[in-house]
Design a protein around this ligand. Sequence first.
Ligand code: TYD
Length: 136
Amino acid sequence: MSIKNCYEISLPLINDYRGNLVYIEGSNHIPFDIKRVYYIYDIPLNFHRGEHAHRKLHQFILAISGSFDLTINDGVNSNKIHLNTSSRGMYLCPMIWRSLTNFSPSAICLVFASELYSEDDYIRQYQQFILEANAN
Ligand code: TYD
């Protein structure tokens, strides 16, 4: 898997005089069925999240409030994306090392996942990630 398989997705946004509405349909606006949703917030200043990869999991990540940087790395190439709008997020395919940094004070990171939580799906050591990424 390569970071070329990860891409930004703009979500449908309905705007009228009452404000904005954004919606997400699994397998329609994002390329997998949604089995789990979680969010990260109240991140202390200068702390980071992520620092792991997933073996099978597909994810869609967005800043539903505030902003943060998402760095994706396939073991060869990396790219840093600034997420700062609730109508656009990043699809991450499996086997991508991700780091979330530079959280603004009000940031909320919303994540849609293709599977239920499983610790067995995590690769938490970067050297192990490189081993498995090179074996694929
Ligand atoms: P982790 O995925 O390491 O957090 P992050 O990537 O945001 O830095 O998860 C932190 C802890 O929460 C870890 O003990 C696993 C647990 N967890 C669940 O129990 N269920 C979940 O759906 C998620 C995402 C994490």
